[in-house]
Write a protein that binds this ligand. Structure first.
Ligand code: ADP
Ligand code: MG
Length: 623
Protein backbone atom coordinates (compact mmCIF):
# COMPACT_ATOMS: atom_id res chain seq x y z
CA UNK A 1 0.00 0.00 0.00
CA UNK A 2 1.29 3.35 -0.91
CA UNK A 3 -1.35 5.83 0.13
CA UNK A 4 -0.39 9.41 0.70
CA UNK A 5 -2.05 10.77 3.82
CA UNK A 6 -3.69 14.17 3.83
CA UNK A 7 -1.55 16.22 6.21
CA UNK A 8 -4.44 18.47 7.14
CA UNK A 9 -6.92 15.76 8.02
CA UNK A 10 -6.93 15.33 11.80
CA UNK A 11 -9.57 13.38 13.71
CA UNK A 12 -10.46 13.59 17.42
CA UNK A 13 -10.47 10.41 19.50
CA UNK A 14 -11.92 9.67 22.94
CA UNK A 15 -10.05 6.56 24.06
CA UNK A 16 -12.31 5.57 26.96
CA UNK A 17 -12.20 2.95 29.70
CA UNK A 18 -15.56 1.49 28.64
CA UNK A 19 -16.17 2.95 25.18
CA UNK A 20 -14.11 4.77 22.56
CA UNK A 21 -15.12 6.91 19.60
CA UNK A 22 -13.80 9.06 16.80
CA UNK A 23 -15.09 12.43 15.57
CA UNK A 24 -14.32 14.96 12.86
CA UNK A 25 -14.96 18.68 12.58
CA UNK A 26 -15.62 20.61 9.37
CA UNK A 27 -17.18 24.04 8.88
CA UNK A 28 -20.54 22.62 9.92
CA UNK A 29 -19.08 21.75 13.31
CA UNK A 30 -17.98 18.49 14.93
CA UNK A 31 -19.70 15.16 14.35
CA UNK A 32 -19.11 11.61 15.47
CA UNK A 33 -18.12 9.13 12.76
CA UNK A 34 -20.22 5.97 12.59
CA UNK A 35 -19.15 2.43 11.76
CA UNK A 36 -20.74 0.18 9.07
CA UNK A 37 -23.65 -0.61 11.38
CA UNK A 38 -24.12 3.12 12.19
CA UNK A 39 -22.81 2.77 15.73
CA UNK A 40 -20.83 5.59 17.28
CA UNK A 41 -19.55 3.84 20.41
CA UNK A 42 -16.85 1.21 20.07
CA UNK A 43 -16.61 -0.84 23.27
CA UNK A 44 -12.98 -0.66 24.46
CA UNK A 45 -12.77 -4.44 24.57
CA UNK A 46 -10.29 -6.69 22.73
CA UNK A 47 -10.28 -10.49 22.62
CA UNK A 48 -7.06 -12.27 21.70
CA UNK A 49 -7.40 -15.72 20.15
CA UNK A 50 -4.81 -18.48 20.54
CA UNK A 51 -3.39 -17.67 17.10
CA UNK A 52 -2.92 -14.02 18.11
CA UNK A 53 -5.87 -12.71 16.11
CA UNK A 54 -7.70 -9.80 17.76
CA UNK A 55 -11.45 -9.19 17.87
CA UNK A 56 -12.30 -5.62 18.77
CA UNK A 57 -15.44 -3.91 20.06
CA UNK A 58 -19.03 -5.11 20.43
CA UNK A 59 -18.37 -8.71 19.38
CA UNK A 60 -15.57 -9.04 21.94
CA UNK A 61 -17.67 -7.42 24.68
CA UNK A 62 -20.74 -9.58 24.05
CA UNK A 63 -18.75 -12.78 24.48
CA UNK A 64 -16.56 -11.60 27.34
CA UNK A 65 -18.11 -14.04 29.84
CA UNK A 66 -17.25 -17.01 27.66
CA UNK A 67 -13.61 -15.92 27.31
CA UNK A 68 -12.81 -14.11 30.56
CA UNK A 69 -9.06 -14.73 30.43
CA UNK A 70 -8.50 -13.68 26.84
CA UNK A 71 -10.88 -10.73 26.74
CA UNK A 72 -9.19 -7.50 27.70
CA UNK A 73 -11.39 -4.68 28.98
CA UNK A 74 -10.55 -1.49 30.91
CA UNK A 75 -6.98 -1.56 29.56
CA UNK A 76 -6.88 2.19 30.07
CA UNK A 77 -6.41 1.50 33.77
CA UNK A 78 -3.04 -0.13 32.99
CA UNK A 79 -1.65 2.42 30.53
CA UNK A 80 1.78 3.67 31.59
CA UNK A 81 1.46 2.09 35.05
CA UNK A 82 3.68 -0.20 37.07
CA UNK A 83 2.27 -3.39 38.53
CA UNK A 84 2.26 -1.77 41.99
CA UNK A 85 0.20 1.16 40.78
CA UNK A 86 -2.59 -1.11 39.54
CA UNK A 87 -2.87 -3.52 42.50
CA UNK A 88 -6.21 -1.96 43.45
CA UNK A 89 -7.60 -2.66 39.99
CA UNK A 90 -6.69 -6.33 39.74
CA UNK A 91 -9.87 -7.56 41.46
CA UNK A 92 -11.91 -5.93 38.73
CA UNK A 93 -10.03 -7.50 35.83
CA UNK A 94 -10.84 -10.98 34.52
CA UNK A 95 -7.52 -11.44 32.74
CA UNK A 96 -4.03 -11.89 34.11
CA UNK A 97 -1.80 -8.91 34.74
CA UNK A 98 1.93 -9.48 35.17
CA UNK A 99 5.05 -7.42 35.71
CA UNK A 100 7.15 -6.70 32.65
CA UNK A 101 10.43 -4.90 32.25
CA UNK A 102 10.93 -2.27 34.95
CA UNK A 103 7.85 -3.60 36.80
CA UNK A 104 5.64 -2.20 34.01
CA UNK A 105 2.09 -3.59 34.03
CA UNK A 106 1.66 -6.17 31.25
CA UNK A 107 -1.10 -8.58 30.27
CA UNK A 108 -0.55 -12.29 30.01
CA UNK A 109 -2.84 -13.91 27.45
CA UNK A 110 -2.16 -17.38 25.98
CA UNK A 111 1.23 -17.22 27.67
CA UNK A 112 2.20 -14.16 25.70
CA UNK A 113 3.13 -10.94 27.42
CA UNK A 114 1.38 -7.94 25.85
CA UNK A 115 1.70 -4.27 26.67
CA UNK A 116 -1.42 -2.16 27.37
CA UNK A 117 -0.19 0.08 24.53
CA UNK A 118 -0.62 -2.77 22.04
CA UNK A 119 -4.21 -3.35 23.13
CA UNK A 120 -5.00 0.37 22.98
CA UNK A 121 -3.34 0.46 19.56
CA UNK A 122 -5.76 -2.22 18.34
CA UNK A 123 -8.68 -0.05 19.47
CA UNK A 124 -7.15 3.05 17.87
CA UNK A 125 -6.48 1.19 14.62
CA UNK A 126 -10.13 0.12 14.51
CA UNK A 127 -11.22 3.75 15.08
CA UNK A 128 -8.87 4.88 12.32
CA UNK A 129 -10.47 2.33 10.00
CA UNK A 130 -13.96 3.61 10.91
CA UNK A 131 -12.84 7.19 10.25
CA UNK A 132 -11.30 6.35 6.88
CA UNK A 133 -14.44 4.54 5.76
CA UNK A 134 -16.70 7.38 6.93
CA UNK A 135 -14.59 10.18 5.46
CA UNK A 136 -13.47 8.18 2.38
CA UNK A 137 -9.97 9.53 2.86
CA UNK A 138 -6.80 8.29 4.52
CA UNK A 139 -6.45 9.41 8.13
CA UNK A 140 -2.96 9.80 9.57
CA UNK A 141 -3.29 12.22 12.47
CA UNK A 142 -5.34 12.41 15.63
CA UNK A 143 -5.94 14.41 18.77
CA UNK A 144 -6.42 11.91 21.61
CA UNK A 145 -7.95 12.67 24.99
CA UNK A 146 -6.80 11.46 28.42
CA UNK A 147 -8.07 12.09 31.97
CA UNK A 148 -6.79 15.33 33.51
CA UNK A 149 -4.98 13.38 36.24
CA UNK A 150 -2.92 11.26 33.78
CA UNK A 151 0.79 11.68 34.51
CA UNK A 152 3.59 11.90 31.95
CA UNK A 153 4.07 8.13 31.73
CA UNK A 154 0.36 7.56 31.09
CA UNK A 155 0.32 10.31 28.44
CA UNK A 156 3.43 8.91 26.79
CA UNK A 157 1.89 5.42 26.73
CA UNK A 158 -1.15 6.88 24.96
CA UNK A 159 1.10 8.59 22.39
CA UNK A 160 2.90 5.29 21.78
CA UNK A 161 -0.39 3.48 21.29
CA UNK A 162 -1.30 6.05 18.62
CA UNK A 163 2.00 5.52 16.86
CA UNK A 164 1.52 1.71 16.87
CA UNK A 165 -1.84 2.29 15.21
CA UNK A 166 -0.29 4.34 12.44
CA UNK A 167 -1.50 7.65 13.83
CA UNK A 168 0.63 10.67 14.43
CA UNK A 169 -0.66 12.10 17.69
CA UNK A 170 -1.04 15.81 16.93
CA UNK A 171 -1.82 16.56 20.56
CA UNK A 172 -2.90 14.85 23.76
CA UNK A 173 -5.58 16.90 25.51
CA UNK A 174 -7.47 16.52 28.77
CA UNK A 175 -10.95 14.99 28.57
CA UNK A 176 -12.58 17.81 30.58
CA UNK A 177 -10.93 20.38 28.32
CA UNK A 178 -12.27 18.59 25.26
CA UNK A 179 -15.77 18.60 26.73
CA UNK A 180 -15.51 22.36 27.30
CA UNK A 181 -14.28 22.92 23.73
CA UNK A 182 -17.25 20.99 22.36
CA UNK A 183 -19.56 23.49 24.06
CA UNK A 184 -17.62 26.43 22.65
CA UNK A 185 -16.59 27.50 26.14
CA UNK A 186 -13.91 30.15 25.99
CA UNK A 187 -14.81 31.47 22.55
CA UNK A 188 -16.90 34.26 24.04
CA UNK A 189 -13.69 35.82 25.35
CA UNK A 190 -14.92 35.65 28.95
CA UNK A 191 -12.67 34.28 31.66
CA UNK A 192 -14.64 31.43 33.19
CA UNK A 193 -14.21 28.86 35.91
CA UNK A 194 -15.88 25.62 34.99
CA UNK A 195 -16.44 22.20 36.52
CA UNK A 196 -16.52 19.10 34.33
CA UNK A 197 -18.42 16.24 35.99
CA UNK A 198 -17.66 12.96 34.24
CA UNK A 199 -19.57 9.90 35.44
CA UNK A 200 -18.99 6.95 33.13
CA UNK A 201 -19.32 3.20 33.49
CA UNK A 202 -16.53 2.48 35.95
CA UNK A 203 -14.92 5.79 36.84
CA UNK A 204 -15.86 9.19 38.16
CA UNK A 205 -13.81 12.35 37.57
CA UNK A 206 -14.48 15.91 38.58
CA UNK A 207 -12.17 18.59 37.18
CA UNK A 208 -12.12 22.28 37.91
CA UNK A 209 -10.79 24.27 34.95
CA UNK A 210 -9.91 27.90 34.57
CA UNK A 211 -10.14 29.48 31.14
CA UNK A 212 -7.84 32.33 30.35
CA UNK A 213 -8.93 33.52 26.91
CA UNK A 214 -6.26 34.92 24.61
CA UNK A 215 -6.24 38.66 24.15
CA UNK A 216 -6.27 40.19 20.69
CA UNK A 217 -8.91 40.51 18.01
CA UNK A 218 -9.05 37.16 16.20
CA UNK A 219 -7.30 34.92 18.70
CA UNK A 220 -8.89 31.50 18.53
CA UNK A 221 -9.40 29.57 21.74
CA UNK A 222 -7.39 26.38 22.05
CA UNK A 223 -6.92 23.71 24.70
CA UNK A 224 -3.77 25.59 25.76
CA UNK A 225 -5.95 28.20 27.46
CA UNK A 226 -7.57 25.73 29.83
CA UNK A 227 -5.78 25.36 33.13
CA UNK A 228 -6.55 22.49 35.48
CA UNK A 229 -7.02 23.93 38.97
CA UNK A 230 -7.89 20.66 40.65
CA UNK A 231 -9.17 17.16 40.05
CA UNK A 232 -10.83 14.58 42.26
CA UNK A 233 -12.84 11.44 41.74
CA UNK A 234 -12.97 7.73 42.25
CA UNK A 235 -11.48 5.18 39.87
CA UNK A 236 -14.06 2.60 40.96
CA UNK A 237 -17.32 4.51 40.91
CA UNK A 238 -19.68 4.56 37.96
CA UNK A 239 -22.78 3.23 36.23
CA UNK A 240 -21.64 -0.36 36.82
CA UNK A 241 -22.36 0.13 40.53
CA UNK A 242 -25.97 0.99 39.75
CA UNK A 243 -26.35 -2.13 37.60
CA UNK A 244 -25.00 -4.15 40.52
CA UNK A 245 -27.51 -2.56 42.95
CA UNK A 246 -30.38 -3.62 40.69
CA UNK A 247 -29.00 -7.16 40.28
CA UNK A 248 -28.67 -7.47 44.06
CA UNK A 249 -32.23 -6.24 44.60
CA UNK A 250 -33.61 -8.75 42.12
CA UNK A 251 -31.59 -11.64 43.56
CA UNK A 252 -32.64 -10.78 47.10
CA UNK A 253 -36.31 -10.71 46.20
CA UNK A 254 -36.22 -13.89 44.16
CA UNK A 255 -34.65 -15.59 47.13
CA UNK A 256 -37.28 -14.23 49.53
CA UNK A 257 -40.28 -14.97 47.31
CA UNK A 258 -39.35 -18.31 45.87
CA UNK A 259 -36.91 -19.61 48.43
CA UNK A 260 -34.39 -20.01 45.65
CA UNK A 261 -30.79 -19.72 46.64
CA UNK A 262 -29.83 -18.86 43.13
CA UNK A 263 -26.35 -19.72 42.03
CA UNK A 264 -26.47 -18.34 38.54
CA UNK A 265 -24.00 -19.60 35.95
CA UNK A 266 -21.78 -16.85 34.51
CA UNK A 267 -23.81 -16.49 31.30
CA UNK A 268 -26.98 -15.90 33.33
CA UNK A 269 -25.16 -13.46 35.57
CA UNK A 270 -24.04 -11.59 32.48
CA UNK A 271 -27.59 -11.61 31.12
CA UNK A 272 -28.86 -10.32 34.46
CA UNK A 273 -26.34 -7.49 34.37
CA UNK A 274 -27.38 -6.45 30.87
CA UNK A 275 -30.99 -6.61 31.91
CA UNK A 276 -30.28 -4.49 35.00
CA UNK A 277 -28.54 -1.91 32.82
CA UNK A 278 -31.53 -1.77 30.46
CA UNK A 279 -33.84 -1.22 33.44
CA UNK A 280 -31.62 1.57 34.74
CA UNK A 281 -31.58 3.26 31.32
CA UNK A 282 -35.36 3.08 31.08
CA UNK A 283 -35.67 4.79 34.47
CA UNK A 284 -33.74 7.78 33.09
CA UNK A 285 -36.68 8.68 30.86
CA UNK A 286 -39.68 6.93 32.43
CA UNK A 287 -41.37 7.10 35.83
CA UNK A 288 -41.24 3.37 36.34
CA UNK A 289 -39.88 0.20 34.79
CA UNK A 290 -41.56 -3.20 34.90
CA UNK A 291 -39.39 -6.26 35.38
CA UNK A 292 -40.34 -9.79 34.49
CA UNK A 293 -38.02 -12.78 34.77
CA UNK A 294 -38.94 -16.32 33.87
CA UNK A 295 -37.56 -18.62 36.61
CA UNK A 296 -38.60 -21.85 34.90
CA UNK A 297 -41.12 -24.41 36.23
CA UNK A 298 -43.91 -21.91 35.52
CA UNK A 299 -42.55 -19.47 38.07
CA UNK A 300 -41.94 -15.84 37.27
CA UNK A 301 -40.53 -12.93 39.17
CA UNK A 302 -42.44 -9.73 38.49
CA UNK A 303 -42.24 -6.28 39.95
CA UNK A 304 -42.16 -2.61 39.04
CA UNK A 305 -39.39 -0.27 40.10
CA UNK A 306 -40.56 3.31 40.38
CA UNK A 307 -38.33 6.31 39.78
CA UNK A 308 -38.73 7.30 43.45
CA UNK A 309 -37.62 3.90 44.67
CA UNK A 310 -34.70 3.92 42.25
CA UNK A 311 -33.61 7.34 43.43
CA UNK A 312 -33.71 6.29 47.07
CA UNK A 313 -31.56 3.31 46.15
CA UNK A 314 -28.88 5.31 44.31
CA UNK A 315 -28.84 8.41 46.53
CA UNK A 316 -25.77 7.30 48.54
CA UNK A 317 -23.96 6.60 45.26
CA UNK A 318 -24.70 10.10 43.96
CA UNK A 319 -23.63 11.50 47.35
CA UNK A 320 -20.18 10.00 46.87
CA UNK A 321 -19.72 11.98 43.65
CA UNK A 322 -20.86 15.17 45.39
CA UNK A 323 -18.31 14.54 48.16
CA UNK A 324 -15.60 14.39 45.49
CA UNK A 325 -16.90 17.67 44.00
CA UNK A 326 -16.53 19.21 47.44
CA UNK A 327 -12.92 17.97 47.66
CA UNK A 328 -12.07 19.34 44.21
CA UNK A 329 -13.49 22.74 45.14
CA UNK A 330 -11.58 22.79 48.40
CA UNK A 331 -8.33 21.99 46.57
CA UNK A 332 -9.04 24.78 44.09
CA UNK A 333 -9.97 27.07 47.00
CA UNK A 334 -13.37 27.86 45.51
CA UNK A 335 -16.98 27.94 46.71
CA UNK A 336 -19.67 26.14 44.67
CA UNK A 337 -21.19 29.49 43.66
CA UNK A 338 -17.89 30.57 42.08
CA UNK A 339 -18.24 27.97 39.33
CA UNK A 340 -19.65 29.70 36.23
CA UNK A 341 -20.48 26.58 34.27
CA UNK A 342 -20.84 22.85 34.82
CA UNK A 343 -20.37 20.45 31.90
CA UNK A 344 -21.84 16.95 32.14
CA UNK A 345 -19.89 14.07 30.59
CA UNK A 346 -20.39 10.29 30.62
CA UNK A 347 -23.41 8.08 30.05
CA UNK A 348 -24.39 8.01 33.72
CA UNK A 349 -25.10 11.76 33.74
CA UNK A 350 -28.32 10.95 31.87
CA UNK A 351 -29.77 9.89 35.22
CA UNK A 352 -32.12 12.76 36.21
CA UNK A 353 -31.19 12.56 39.92
CA UNK A 354 -27.52 13.06 39.00
CA UNK A 355 -28.33 16.20 36.99
CA UNK A 356 -30.53 17.51 39.76
CA UNK A 357 -27.99 16.98 42.54
CA UNK A 358 -25.10 18.42 40.53
CA UNK A 359 -27.17 21.47 39.54
CA UNK A 360 -28.22 22.04 43.15
CA UNK A 361 -24.67 21.65 44.46
CA UNK A 362 -23.08 24.08 41.99
CA UNK A 363 -26.13 26.37 41.97
CA UNK A 364 -26.35 26.35 38.17
CA UNK A 365 -28.17 24.51 35.41
CA UNK A 366 -25.54 22.08 34.06
CA UNK A 367 -24.71 21.74 30.35
CA UNK A 368 -26.36 18.59 29.01
CA UNK A 369 -27.31 19.57 25.44
CA UNK A 370 -24.55 17.55 23.79
CA UNK A 371 -24.73 13.77 24.06
CA UNK A 372 -22.66 13.00 27.19
CA UNK A 373 -21.15 9.90 25.52
CA UNK A 374 -19.92 11.95 22.58
CA UNK A 375 -18.96 15.30 24.03
CA UNK A 376 -15.29 14.42 24.69
CA UNK A 377 -14.71 13.06 21.17
CA UNK A 378 -16.49 16.07 19.65
CA UNK A 379 -14.23 18.42 21.61
CA UNK A 380 -11.16 16.49 20.48
CA UNK A 381 -12.36 17.04 16.90
CA UNK A 382 -12.72 20.78 17.57
CA UNK A 383 -9.12 20.85 18.81
CA UNK A 384 -8.08 18.90 15.70
CA UNK A 385 -9.78 21.47 13.45
CA UNK A 386 -8.04 24.32 15.26
CA UNK A 387 -4.67 22.60 14.76
CA UNK A 388 -5.31 22.02 11.08
CA UNK A 389 -6.37 25.64 10.64
CA UNK A 390 -9.87 24.81 9.39
CA UNK A 391 -11.74 26.56 12.17
CA UNK A 392 -11.95 30.05 10.63
CA UNK A 393 -15.44 29.42 9.32
CA UNK A 394 -16.75 28.81 12.83
CA UNK A 395 -19.63 31.07 13.68
CA UNK A 396 -19.03 33.95 16.00
CA UNK A 397 -20.73 33.44 19.27
CA UNK A 398 -21.31 36.98 20.48
CA UNK A 399 -24.46 37.36 18.40
CA UNK A 400 -27.31 35.02 17.56
CA UNK A 401 -27.05 34.68 13.75
CA UNK A 402 -30.64 33.52 13.15
CA UNK A 403 -33.86 34.19 15.03
CA UNK A 404 -35.11 31.62 17.53
CA UNK A 405 -38.72 30.81 18.27
CA UNK A 406 -41.37 28.15 18.65
CA UNK A 407 -44.11 26.76 16.45
CA UNK A 408 -47.57 28.09 17.28
CA UNK A 409 -51.05 27.01 16.24
CA UNK A 410 -51.47 26.29 12.58
CA UNK A 411 -47.75 25.97 11.85
CA UNK A 412 -46.78 29.63 12.23
CA UNK A 413 -43.66 30.72 14.13
CA UNK A 414 -43.53 32.98 17.16
CA UNK A 415 -40.02 34.44 17.35
CA UNK A 416 -38.75 34.97 20.86
CA UNK A 417 -35.19 36.06 20.12
CA UNK A 418 -34.42 38.07 17.02
CA UNK A 419 -31.33 37.53 14.93
CA UNK A 420 -28.27 39.62 15.73
CA UNK A 421 -29.27 39.79 19.41
CA UNK A 422 -26.11 39.85 21.50
CA UNK A 423 -25.59 37.09 24.04
CA UNK A 424 -26.42 36.58 26.83
CA UNK A 425 -30.12 37.31 26.29
CA UNK A 426 -33.52 36.04 27.24
CA UNK A 427 -37.20 36.33 26.35
CA UNK A 428 -40.54 35.01 27.57
CA UNK A 429 -43.87 34.65 25.76
CA UNK A 430 -47.33 33.57 26.89
CA UNK A 431 -49.40 31.08 24.95
CA UNK A 432 -52.51 29.00 25.45
CA UNK A 433 -54.19 25.97 23.93
CA UNK A 434 -56.57 25.75 20.96
CA UNK A 435 -58.28 22.49 21.82
CA UNK A 436 -60.50 21.71 24.82
CA UNK A 437 -59.08 19.32 27.41
CA UNK A 438 -55.53 19.32 26.04
CA UNK A 439 -53.29 17.64 28.65
CA UNK A 440 -50.03 17.73 26.69
CA UNK A 441 -48.50 20.54 24.68
CA UNK A 442 -45.70 20.10 22.17
CA UNK A 443 -43.00 22.76 22.19
CA UNK A 444 -41.15 22.79 18.87
CA UNK A 445 -38.04 25.00 18.90
CA UNK A 446 -37.16 26.59 15.56
CA UNK A 447 -34.42 28.68 14.05
CA UNK A 448 -34.72 30.88 10.98
CA UNK A 449 -36.25 34.00 9.52
CA UNK A 450 -39.26 32.56 7.70
CA UNK A 451 -42.79 32.84 9.05
CA UNK A 452 -43.78 29.20 8.74
CA UNK A 453 -42.42 26.37 10.86
CA UNK A 454 -41.93 24.18 7.79
CA UNK A 455 -39.49 26.72 6.33
CA UNK A 456 -37.37 27.01 9.48
CA UNK A 457 -34.70 24.75 10.90
CA UNK A 458 -35.97 22.45 13.63
CA UNK A 459 -33.70 22.51 16.68
CA UNK A 460 -35.67 20.09 18.81
CA UNK A 461 -38.98 19.50 20.50
CA UNK A 462 -40.34 18.40 23.83
CA UNK A 463 -43.68 17.89 25.53
CA UNK A 464 -45.17 19.58 28.55
CA UNK A 465 -47.33 16.81 29.99
CA UNK A 466 -49.70 16.30 32.86
CA UNK A 467 -51.72 19.47 32.41
CA UNK A 468 -55.19 19.03 33.96
CA UNK A 469 -57.89 19.17 31.23
CA UNK A 470 -59.19 22.73 30.73
CA UNK A 471 -61.22 24.44 27.99
CA UNK A 472 -59.22 25.83 25.05
CA UNK A 473 -57.60 29.17 25.83
CA UNK A 474 -57.61 28.72 29.61
CA UNK A 475 -54.17 27.14 30.26
CA UNK A 476 -51.46 29.77 30.80
CA UNK A 477 -48.38 28.56 29.07
CA UNK A 478 -45.21 30.52 29.55
CA UNK A 479 -42.23 29.71 27.32
CA UNK A 480 -38.83 31.23 28.16
CA UNK A 481 -35.63 31.25 26.13
CA UNK A 482 -32.36 31.92 27.85
CA UNK A 483 -29.05 32.07 25.95
CA UNK A 484 -25.80 32.34 27.88
CA UNK A 485 -22.44 33.75 26.80
CA UNK A 486 -21.48 30.44 25.18
CA UNK A 487 -24.56 30.38 22.99
CA UNK A 488 -26.23 27.55 24.91
CA UNK A 489 -30.01 27.87 24.74
CA UNK A 490 -32.24 26.76 27.63
CA UNK A 491 -35.92 26.54 26.74
CA UNK A 492 -38.36 26.22 29.63
CA UNK A 493 -42.13 25.81 29.42
CA UNK A 494 -44.39 26.26 32.44
CA UNK A 495 -48.16 25.93 32.65
CA UNK A 496 -48.89 28.42 35.41
CA UNK A 497 -52.23 27.08 36.65
CA UNK A 498 -50.91 23.58 37.28
CA UNK A 499 -47.24 24.46 37.84
CA UNK A 500 -46.22 21.76 35.33
CA UNK A 501 -42.80 22.39 33.84
CA UNK A 502 -40.56 20.92 31.13
CA UNK A 503 -37.29 22.06 29.63
CA UNK A 504 -34.74 21.33 26.96
CA UNK A 505 -31.22 22.56 26.30
CA UNK A 506 -29.87 23.15 22.80
CA UNK A 507 -26.59 24.28 21.24
CA UNK A 508 -28.20 26.81 18.93
CA UNK A 509 -25.47 27.10 16.31
CA UNK A 510 -24.53 23.46 15.90
CA UNK A 511 -24.47 22.12 12.39
CA UNK A 512 -24.75 25.52 10.77
CA UNK A 513 -22.14 27.13 8.53
CA UNK A 514 -21.61 30.84 7.96
CA UNK A 515 -22.56 30.33 4.29
CA UNK A 516 -25.87 28.79 5.32
CA UNK A 517 -26.67 31.70 7.59
CA UNK A 518 -26.18 34.01 4.58
CA UNK A 519 -28.43 31.90 2.38
CA UNK A 520 -31.18 31.69 5.03
CA UNK A 521 -31.05 35.46 5.36
CA UNK A 522 -31.35 36.00 1.59
CA UNK A 523 -34.24 33.51 1.40
CA UNK A 524 -36.13 35.29 4.11
CA UNK A 525 -35.92 38.59 2.24
CA UNK A 526 -37.15 37.13 -1.03
CA UNK A 527 -40.04 35.37 0.73
CA UNK A 528 -40.88 38.16 3.12
CA UNK A 529 -44.11 39.30 1.43
CA UNK A 530 -45.71 35.94 0.83
CA UNK A 531 -44.59 34.72 4.25
CA UNK A 532 -46.19 37.69 5.94
CA UNK A 533 -49.44 37.04 4.13
CA UNK A 534 -49.35 33.36 5.07
CA UNK A 535 -48.71 34.20 8.68
CA UNK A 536 -51.72 36.53 8.64
CA UNK A 537 -53.94 33.86 7.04
CA UNK A 538 -52.87 31.29 9.64
CA UNK A 539 -53.62 33.68 12.49
CA UNK A 540 -57.01 34.47 10.95
CA UNK A 541 -57.77 30.80 10.51
CA UNK A 542 -56.85 29.92 14.11
CA UNK A 543 -58.87 32.80 15.54
CA UNK A 544 -61.84 32.26 13.21
CA UNK A 545 -61.98 28.60 14.16
CA UNK A 546 -62.07 29.53 17.86
CA UNK A 547 -64.86 32.09 17.17
CA UNK A 548 -66.91 29.60 15.18
CA UNK A 549 -66.62 27.02 17.92
CA UNK A 550 -67.74 29.48 20.58
CA UNK A 551 -70.66 30.76 18.48
CA UNK A 552 -71.92 27.28 17.59
CA UNK A 553 -71.79 26.27 21.27
CA UNK A 554 -73.69 29.41 22.25
CA UNK A 555 -76.37 28.78 19.61
CA UNK A 556 -76.89 25.30 21.01
CA UNK A 557 -77.26 26.71 24.53
CA UNK A 558 -79.94 29.30 23.65
CA UNK A 559 -81.49 27.48 20.68
CA UNK A 560 -85.17 28.26 21.51
CA UNK A 561 -84.63 31.93 22.27
CA UNK A 562 -83.14 33.11 18.97
CA UNK A 563 -85.57 35.01 16.69
CA UNK A 564 -85.75 33.36 13.24
CA UNK A 565 -84.49 36.44 11.34
CA UNK A 566 -81.49 36.75 13.57
CA UNK A 567 -80.84 33.05 13.30
CA UNK A 568 -80.81 33.30 9.49
CA UNK A 569 -78.35 36.17 9.60
CA UNK A 570 -76.05 34.27 11.95
CA UNK A 571 -76.16 31.10 9.82
CA UNK A 572 -75.28 33.08 6.70
CA UNK A 573 -72.29 34.75 8.35
CA UNK A 574 -71.12 31.48 9.92
CA UNK A 575 -71.21 29.77 6.54
CA UNK A 576 -69.29 32.64 4.93
CA UNK A 577 -66.53 32.53 7.52
CA UNK A 578 -66.40 28.74 7.43
CA UNK A 579 -65.76 28.92 3.67
CA UNK A 580 -62.70 31.09 4.30
CA UNK A 581 -61.45 28.73 7.00
CA UNK A 582 -61.83 25.74 4.65
CA UNK A 583 -60.16 27.51 1.77
CA UNK A 584 -57.29 28.65 3.99
CA UNK A 585 -56.67 25.02 4.89
CA UNK A 586 -56.68 23.88 1.27
CA UNK A 587 -54.91 26.74 -0.44
CA UNK A 588 -53.75 29.41 2.00
CA UNK A 589 -51.84 31.36 -0.66
CA UNK A 590 -54.93 32.08 -2.76
CA UNK A 591 -57.14 33.34 0.08
CA UNK A 592 -58.03 37.05 0.02
CA UNK A 593 -56.81 38.00 3.50
CA UNK A 594 -58.76 41.28 3.64
CA UNK A 595 -62.01 39.59 2.70
CA UNK A 596 -61.30 36.85 5.27
CA UNK A 597 -60.69 39.50 7.90
CA UNK A 598 -63.92 41.30 6.94
CA UNK A 599 -65.98 38.08 7.20
CA UNK A 600 -64.57 37.50 10.66
CA UNK A 601 -65.39 41.06 11.77
CA UNK A 602 -68.96 40.79 10.43
CA UNK A 603 -69.59 37.60 12.37
CA UNK A 604 -68.05 39.23 15.45
CA UNK A 605 -70.45 42.15 15.16
CA UNK A 606 -73.45 39.94 14.44
CA UNK A 607 -72.74 37.74 17.44
CA UNK A 608 -72.98 40.53 20.02
CA UNK A 609 -76.67 39.79 20.50
CA UNK A 610 -75.99 36.08 20.80
CA UNK A 611 -73.48 36.87 23.48
CA UNK A 612 -76.09 38.85 25.42
CA UNK A 613 -78.64 36.04 25.11
CA UNK A 614 -76.08 33.57 26.32
CA UNK A 615 -75.14 35.66 29.36
CA UNK A 616 -78.80 36.20 30.26
CA UNK A 617 -79.30 32.46 30.04
CA UNK A 618 -76.35 31.72 32.31
CA UNK A 619 -77.64 34.19 34.91
CA UNK A 620 -81.04 32.54 34.86
CA UNK A 621 -79.50 29.08 35.16
CA UNK A 622 -77.51 30.13 38.17
CA UNK A 623 -80.37 32.00 39.85
P1 ADP B 1 -16.67 5.50 30.10
O1 ADP B 1 -16.35 6.96 30.27
O2 ADP B 1 -16.36 4.70 31.32
O3 ADP B 1 -16.07 4.93 28.86
P2 ADP B 1 -19.43 6.09 29.25
O4 ADP B 1 -19.33 7.53 29.38
O5 ADP B 1 -19.61 5.50 27.89
O6 ADP B 1 -18.26 5.32 30.01
O7 ADP B 1 -20.68 5.64 30.19
C1 ADP B 1 -21.12 4.34 30.26
C2 ADP B 1 -22.13 4.22 31.39
O8 ADP B 1 -23.28 5.06 31.14
C3 ADP B 1 -22.68 2.82 31.54
O9 ADP B 1 -22.72 2.46 32.92
C4 ADP B 1 -24.10 2.93 31.00
O10 ADP B 1 -24.98 1.99 31.58
C5 ADP B 1 -24.45 4.34 31.42
N1 ADP B 1 -25.59 4.91 30.67
C6 ADP B 1 -25.69 5.08 29.32
N2 ADP B 1 -26.89 5.60 29.00
C7 ADP B 1 -27.56 5.79 30.17
C8 ADP B 1 -28.87 6.30 30.51
N3 ADP B 1 -29.73 6.72 29.58
N4 ADP B 1 -29.22 6.33 31.82
C9 ADP B 1 -28.38 5.90 32.77
N5 ADP B 1 -27.14 5.41 32.52
C10 ADP B 1 -26.74 5.35 31.23
MG1 MG C 1 -15.57 8.64 29.34
Amino acid sequence: MNQSTDPELIVGIDLGTTNSLVAFCDDRGPRVLLDESTQALLPSVVRIDADGRMTIGREARDHAVEYPRETVHSVKRLMGQTIDQVRGDLDYLSYEVAAGEGAAARLRVHDRLLSPQEISAAILARLREIAQAALRRPVGKAVITVPAYFDDAQRQATRDAGRFAGLEVARIINEPTAAALAYGIGRSGEAETIAVYDLGGGTFDISILQIIPPSGADASIDSAFFQVRSTAGDTHLGGDDVDRLIVELVQREIRAQHGLALEFPPSTRQALRRFAEATKIRLSSEDSAAIQIDLGDGRTYERTITRDEFETMIAPWVDRTIDACRRALRDARLEPGEIDRVVMVGGSTRIPLVRQRVGAFFETNPYTAIDPDQVVALGAAVQAAILSGSQQAALLLDVIPLSLGIETMGGAVAKLIMRNSTVPCQATERFSTSVDGQTSIKIHVLQGERELAGDCRSLGEFHLRGIPPMPAGIPQLEVSFHIDVNGILDVTAVERRSGKRAAVQIVANHGLTAAEVDRIERDSISHARSDMKLHRIIDLRVNAALDLKWIRDAIKRVEGEIPPDYRRELDGRIAALQRFVDESEREPQSVDADAFHAAKEELDRASVRLHELSIARSLRDEG
